[in-house]
Design a protein around this ligand. Structure first.
Ligand SMILES: NC(=O)C1=CN([C@@H]2O[C@H](COP(=O)(O)OP(=O)(O)OC[C@H]3O[C@@H](n4cnc5c(N)ncnc54)[C@H](OP(=O)(O)O)[C@@H]3O)[C@@H](O)[C@H]2O)[C@H](O)CC1
Ligand SMILES: [K+]
Length: 487
């Protein structure tokens, strides 16, 4: 997994990469511009007219290089230089400016609002320091007043790598960030200016990160494959685990059925659903592949993993939750009402076995950890709780955050807005419990489960868009394994 470094360390990281590889800065910039352009060509037709706003630093240098590449690809490109002739350009910005083809129209910014169908923001990147100067503010305002689709290079101009955006910031539809997402791009508070986020590999040598400390990591497709267990032709039902999912209170059976079905689609060998006695019939009809039980205090031996909470209800459940926390000898997942019960009675924290996976959404997290004034505070609290109770806390949302007992915090890269639908969380609980039951370590179960859940959402979202429902996500789970080449 790639480390997420503070913005102020990015140039030191580049330097380390250049030392290790013998590359030149201008070559790294070219890799970044090529990565951006290749994403751009996949997403936009060359009939579009493009205007690129370039600053005087390396973000602007990226912009000049992107202009040249997109022109070569057949786009109509023009440039606005957001600096004065007296300003010092960074060395690589200067080189790329000189490489610009004569056929690209380039003008100085003189307060005009140009016309184009796509505007690319390569004005300010992670090198922004202190308070934004007035002249930069005017340019950002002018940039925002264009009607064009807006795409930011690396980070929206005016946004700091770690900060919450103020009012003087480029309002992007897409932000295409290099090597690693900057923390500010992952804050829900900044969604209004970041838009869709894509992080592109620009070929930074992974050894370059060794010299830098950070507890924040970014989980990508390539990190997941090696964490999977592989099964072979002699594998039998037992290897795929026997799990119990506890929930399904009166009127909420749907939640546990979704968890059960997603566990089966994730590969569980045997799935038991423990539900309210009133709900047994409907549970059996709802998921033929599952077995059902209605005991409040069922025997737990023989289970490889237990997931508790989906649709459980909170009335008279505390004693039952205590029973599961005290008696289970296998790994646990706690979700929904199991978490709400802990929120109501914090003493239960002390009963949670080490490396239990907790999967709160934002509101459940606030019930567990108390209200937070912003997401940064929530992230800090998640880390504190994960370390204190040696738990794995999955704070669900866009770029779900997995806080590990050793203090590392991992942001997930998969997912889509179309997963914001009833039952998506129950699907995750089923997947995580399933992977634990298959013998994955809790850390690998959390990382793989969260990534595959997001990927399943993406696949379902591509097909059903806004109409995506939790069952579409479940149906897509098997495809996530083939997508990653996992048998
Ligand atoms: N590893 C990577 O991710 C790579 C990223 N690349 C790109 O490089 C930029 C970072 O480039 P850098 O040169 O360090 O800085 P910027 O271009 O972001 O910003 C410098 C310019 O910003 C002006 N500035 C700074 N503070 C202010 C302010 N408060 N108000 C207005 N203007 C400001 C600064 O002007 P000065 O007069 O102060 O010097 C500069 O003009 C990164 O974001 C990526 O896009 C590399 O291309 C490849 C590797
Ligand atoms: K930018």
């Amino acid at each position: 997994m790639i480390k997420i470094l503070p913005g102020e360390k990015i140039s030191a990281l580049d330097k380390r990469h250049l030392e290790l590889t013998g590359q030149k800065g201008i070559e790294l910039m070219e890799q970044a511009a090529k990565a951006f352009s290749s994403w751009f060509c996949k997403n936009f037709d060359s009939k579009n007219s493009i205007i690129i706003w370039c600053g005087a630093g390396n973000n602007g240098g990226d912009g000049f290089a992107i202009a040249r590449i997109l022109k070569e690809k057949g786009f109509t490109v023009s440039l606005i230089e957001c600096f004065e002739p007296s300003d010092n350009l960074s060395t690589d910005c200067e080189i790329n400016r000189n490489r610009i083809l004569e056929s690209i129209r380039s003008s100085k910014w003189r307060g005009q609002i140009p016309e184009s169908s796509i505007a690319i923001d390569a004005f300010l990147g992670v090198g922004l320091k202190g308070t934004l100067r007035n002249e930069a503010r005017d340019k950002i305002k002018a940039f925002n007043s264009q009607e064009a689709i807006k795409v930011s290079v690396d980070i929206p101009s005016g946004l700091k790598a770690e900060g919450v955006a103020g009012s003087d910031v480029v309002l992007s539809d897409y932000t295409i960030s290099f090597a690693q997402p900057k923390l500010s791009l992952l804050l829900p508070e900044n969604e209004f200016c970041v838009g869709d986020l894509k992080v592109l590999d620009i070929g930074i040598d992974s050894r370059s990160y060794h010299d830098f400390q950070s507890d924040f990591y970014f989980l990508q497709k390539q990190d997941v494959k090696t964490r999977h267990k592989l099964f072979h032709r002699f594998s039998h039902k037992g290897d795929f685990g026997k799990i119990m999912l506890v929930g399904g209170g009166a009127g909420k059976v749907g939640a546990i059925l979704l968890s059960g079905e997603s566990a089966l689609r994730t590969g569980s060998g045997l799935v038991f659903l423990n539900v309210n006695s009133s709900e047994i019939l409907i549970t059996q009809i709802g998921l033929r592949e599952a077995m059902t039980s209605i005991e409040k205090f069922p025997r737990l031996d023989g289970f490889d993993a237990i997931g508790i909470g989906p649709g459980w209800g909170m009335g008279n459940r505390e004693e039952q939750l205590e029973y599961f926390l005290n008696m289970a000898k296998c790994p646990l997942v706690l979700d929904a009402d199991a978490l709400n019960l802990i929120g109501e009675n914090p003493a239960l924290w002390n009963l949670i076995p080490v490396k239990t996976i907790l999967t709160p959404h934002l509101k459940e997290f606030d019930r567990l950890a108390g209200e937070s004034s912003d997401q940064l505070e929530r992230w800090a609290k998640a880390k504190e709780l994960a370390v204190k109770f040696k738990a794995i806390i999955v704070l669900k949302g866009a770029n779900s955050l997995i806080s590990l007992p050793d203090g590392r915090q991992v942001f997930n890269s998969s997912g889509t807005q179309f997963m914001a639908t009833a039952g998506a969380g129950d699907v995750l609980t089923g997947m995580l419990t399933s992977l634990l039951g298959q013998g994955y370590s809790p850390e690998n179960a959390a990382l793989c489960g969260v990534f595959h859940h997001g990927l399943a959402g993406e696949l379902a979202g591509k097909r059903f868009g806004r109409g995506t429902i939790a069952r579409d996500i479940i149906k897509a789970i098997p495809m996530t394994f083939s997508e990653l080449g996992i048998s």
